[in-house]
Design a protein around this ligand. Structure first.
Ligand code: PMP
Length: 290
């Protein structure tokens, strides 16, 4: 069965799902998106993702021409159309078609696209044995330019970092902010474990308010694991007992080496394994049925 893609209320076969070359999403990266997962017929953290999409759009003064409830219905409809129970949803809202100038006022109507597909970011081996990552030199955007909290279609800051990671022969990179503090990886938030406590950089370090990050923080509170949103340096990462990354697509992935330093004993840690197991339990209950 060919994949059906939702564009502005209609379904198109994968090969026919196209947008205009005058769409400002393409011309300027002017638009917002979300990556959402479903687990066995449940849209995980549905409200959180939809809220973040509308907040990103609001920050760009991009008015999404449907209510949040209608958006959830459109997502459900696309999942049903594709008969998918376990999917990765890419929800995109662009500024729409305009002319070749920047002016968003010339774009009459945002384009809404919903793709439901599968995603596997890393081979299973990395989940079993842990990732190796490096620090790269591209700084995370500062709030005064493109705020990292906006999940926009302009991901060049992250792509530049990803290119550096690939050049270094690894899959992921630690991005620092303009002050040299740890921000996040190219598409994932960072956590460390030290002496039984969890640490993650605060939002003001220049990170996306990750929904998986939020889920891990909630699990920590529930399990009475001390959790600190604290400014971190590379030194703190090097000397952590454990490290892991969080993201919708990656879920929770352990890190065992950074900048050629072993993290902890260089093996996937107990706390990380525990959190992975708790996270999987959460995916079975926290979401909207479709
Ligand atoms: N940081 C960045 C830059 C991201 O793009 C993402 C999403 N892939 C994350 C963190 C993780 O966020 P979430 O858990 O909401 O997917």
């Amino acid at each position: 069965m060919t994949l059906k893609i939702y564009i502005d209320g209609r379904f198109h076969n994968r090969e026919d799902a196209k947008v205009s070359v005058f769409d400002h999403g393409l011309l300027y990266g002017d638009g917002v998106f979300e990556g959402i997962r479903t687990y066995d017929g449940l849209i995980f953290k549905c409200k959180e993702h939809i809220d973040r999409l509308y907040q990103s759009a609001h920050a760009l003064m991009l008015e999404i021409p449907m209510s949040k409830e209608e958006m959830v219905e459109a997502v459900k409809k696309t999942l049903k159309e594709n008969e998918m129970k376990d999917a990765y949803i890419r929800l995109i809202v662009t500024r729409g078609m305009g002319d070749l100038g920047l002016d968003p006022r010339k774009c009459s109507k945002p384009t809404i696209i919903i793709i439901t597909d599968k995603i596997k970011l890393y081979p299973q081996e990395f989940y079993d044995k842990g990732l190796e990552i490096v620090t790269i030199s591209t700084q995370r955007n500062i709030h005064e330019s493109v705020n990292p909290q906006i999940k926009s279609l302009n991901y060049l800051n992250n792509i530049l970092a990803k290119v550096e990671a690939i050049n270094a022969g690894v899959e992921e990179a630690v991005m620092l902010n303009s002050e040299g503090y740890v921000a996040e990886c190219t598409g994932d938030n960072i956590f460390t474990v030290k002496n039984g406590s969890l640490f993650t950089p605060p939002i003001h370090s220049g990170v996306l308010r990750g929904i998986t990050r939020g889920a891990v923080i909630d699990i920590a509170h529930l399990k009475e694991i001390p959790i600190h949103e604290e400014v971190l340096t590379r030194y703190d990462l090097f000397n952590a007992d454990e490290m892991f990354l969080t993201g919708t697509a990656a879920e929770i992935i352990p890190v065992v080496r950074m900048d050629r330093r072993k993290i902890g004993d260089g093996k996937v840690g107990k706390m990380t394994l525990n959190l992975i197991s708790e996270f999987h339990k959460l995916t079975k209950v926290d979401g909207v049925r479709f």
